[in-house]
Design a protein around this ligand. Structure first.
Ligand SMILES: *Cc1c(COP(=O)(O)O)cnc(C)c1O
Ligand SMILES: [Zn+2]
Length: 424
């Protein structure tokens, strides 16, 4: 307890929640005590937790003996004591997908299936689990978010269980599955006229005015770290080694950035064998500011006006876009954007080859992988992990028009026999 990091944290120890790591600015390095603050007060850069480099790290065997949740990697998470809420999120399946590998023309494909994440069926459960523990650690009793849908579901579900009040802001015209999948938990749900970027701007003001913990705004420094656990799990589930390549959908660009960080951390700790994976990012063509940045080789995101059915990743001005582009470039990966038609085909290909029903972002990921494979960016020798981040039952309207209509029969054997005959 004598390290500078631990000392900086004693300020919050008198509260009932867990102690938190302090923060520092990713751009200028300025430190900041644990607090609900969105950006660096000096340069407006993003904040990241500081981990005590002298902390004791677990062995592979120690991690394997822990409960199957994100908290088995707690030494790389900014919650310094045992979590007090959302203790059981994480450790989703990693599935071998040989038929998908054949379709892609790669040696091996694996699906990291966060479509079955607990409790709300998207990878956002990881980031929210960390953010709500941070909220409790900071003594906040009201949480919230600006969301494209999945984050709303996850904050509402986890806040309900934790007994925290929740104020949730979404674009007015979100899919019905995302609205119902939020409202059911009894939060205050507010639909905002405009795009996600309008919602986000409003919420920055809301956070300041009411002193709430908005998980992806003033708790973002803590929140983002939860995404790393997807990389940690992939490494462990592969037998403590890295894959050749990883592809993930990009909205604000946080997930991709943190996947890259997660692999690097466990490799640095000597827990993962193999080279750093090449990172590939996927976006919908109707909202591809990060893919555009990768293509242009520039430094600054050019915001776009989103036009795509992939609502969950439709962020026109991505907060971590430049960091995602940097992770893609430095890892030797790439990026691709796909049309709405291609993403629908991607959802169907994933379902028909793996038995996993992903949402629109999953369709974007699979379709982008196909495109990158055709371009030769993904290679025949590659072992590729596809990050499937959300559940298809939340976005059924995307695929409904594409599916064949099911025939209706009377309850008579001969009518079925006729169908069987016609199918031959
Ligand atoms: C939020 C989200 C992402 C990516 O989010 P980032 O903002 O890039 O971290 C990917 N897939 C789904 C389904 C999401 O909801
Ligand atoms: Zn700064």
């Amino acid at each position: 307890m004598s390290s500078p990091v631990a000392a900086a944290c004693t300020a919050v120890a008198k509260r009932s929640g867990p102690r938190l790591a302090s923060l520092s600015c990713r751009l200028c390095g300025a430190p900041s005590d644990p607090s609900p603050v969105a950006v660096c007060e000096h340069c407006l850069g993003p904040l990241e937790p500081v981990y005590d480099p002298a902390r004791r790290l677990p062995t592979r065997a120690e991690i394997e003996a822990r409960p199957r949740s994100i908290w088995r990697y707690r030494e790389w998470l900014p919650i310094l004591d045992a979590p007090v809420v959302s203790e059981d999120t994480g450790f989703t399946p990693l599935l071998d997908a040989p038929a998908l590998a054949r379709a892609l023309g790669v040696r091996r494909a694996l699906v990291k299936n966060d479509a079955v994440s607990h409790p709300s069926c998207s990878f956002k459960d990881r980031v929210v689990a960390v953010a709500l523990n941070a909220a409790v650690g900071l003594g906040l009793d009201t949480v919230g978010c600006a969301s494209t849908g999945n984050l709303a579901n996850s904050v509402a579900a986890q806040a309900a269980r934790a007994g925290l009040a929740a104020w949730i802001f979404v674009p007015e015209d979100l899919e019905v599955g995302k609205i119902v999948g939020t409202a059911i938990y009894g939060p205050r749900l507010v639909r905002v006229k405009g795009t996600y970027d309008d919602v986000n701007r409003l919420c920055a003001q809301v956070a300041d005015r009411f002193g709430w913990g908005l998980v992806n705004l003033n708790l973002r420094g803590y929140y983002g770290e939860g995404s790393k656990t997807m990389a940690h799990e992939i490494g462990e589930q592969l037998g403590w080694r890295t894959p050749d390549a990883v592809i993930a959908p990009m909205a604000g660009g946080s997930l991709l950035t943190k996947l890259d960080k997660g692999f690097r951390e466990l490799r640095t700790a000597g827990l993962l064998d193999g080279a750093a994976p090449r990172m590939y990012g996927a976006q919908a063509a109707g909202c591809a500011p990060i893919v555009n940045l990768v293509a242009s080789g520039g430094e600054k995101i050019e915001p776009v006006q989103p036009r795509t059915i992939a609502r969950s990743i439709a962020i026109g001005n991505p907060a971590d876009g430049r960091f995602a582009a940097k992770a893609i470039r430095t890892s030797g990966g790439g990026a691709a954007a796909v049309t709405d038609e291609e993403l629908v085909a991607g959802i169907r290909l994933l379902a028909e080859t793996t038995g996993v029903f992903g949402e629109t972002a999953a369709g974007v990921t699979v379709a982008a992988a196909l495109k990158l494979a055709r371009e030769g960016q993904l290679r025949p020798t590659d072992e590729l992990v596809l990050c499937i981040t959300g559940n298809g039952l939340k976005t059924v309207e995307a695929v409904l028009p594409a599916l064949p209509e099911a025939p209706v029969v009377a309850g008579k054997l001969r009518e079925v026999a006729a169908l069987v005959e016609a199918s031959r």
